[in-house]
Design a protein around this ligand. Structure first.
Ligand SMILES: [Zn+2]
Length: 107
């Protein structure tokens, strides 16, 4: 998958392109390594929440980044991010058939 992900970076605060280099996901602005968040669940949640608050594109980025960082199975990953959004009072789009399957290229 060619990276066209734009994520709000927890280090530099910019919404920057994610560079994928040798299995790592780096902020194109400051080279922050998102894969390090796998070992820092609190910071990972903060990063996800700040992206979830940015609207539909940010929500897609949060879902995508969570799965890439944690390497959880897709459905578990989606459920985690949905629960996180709900806990923070963020409403995700209705789970119409096709929304998530388009997102992950399944179905
Ligand atoms: Zn950055």
């Amino acid at each position: 998958m060619k990276s066209t992900l734009y994520v709000k970076c927890p280090k530099c605060g910019e919404t920057g392109l994610i560079k994928e280099i040798q299995g790592k996901y780096l902020c194109a602005v400051c080279n922050f390594d998102y894969t390090t968040l796998k070992d820092e669940p609190v910071k990972l949640d903060e990063m996800l929440v700040s992206n979830l608050k940015m609207g539909p594109m940010g929500q897609i980025m949060a879902l995508t980044m969570h799965e890439l960082i944690t390497i959880m199975p897709t459905m578990e990953s989606i459920q985690y991010v949905k629960d996180l959004a709900a806990k923070n009072g963020i409403k995700l789009p209705d789970q119409k058939k096709g929304f998530f399957s388009r997102l992950f290229g399944k179905g």
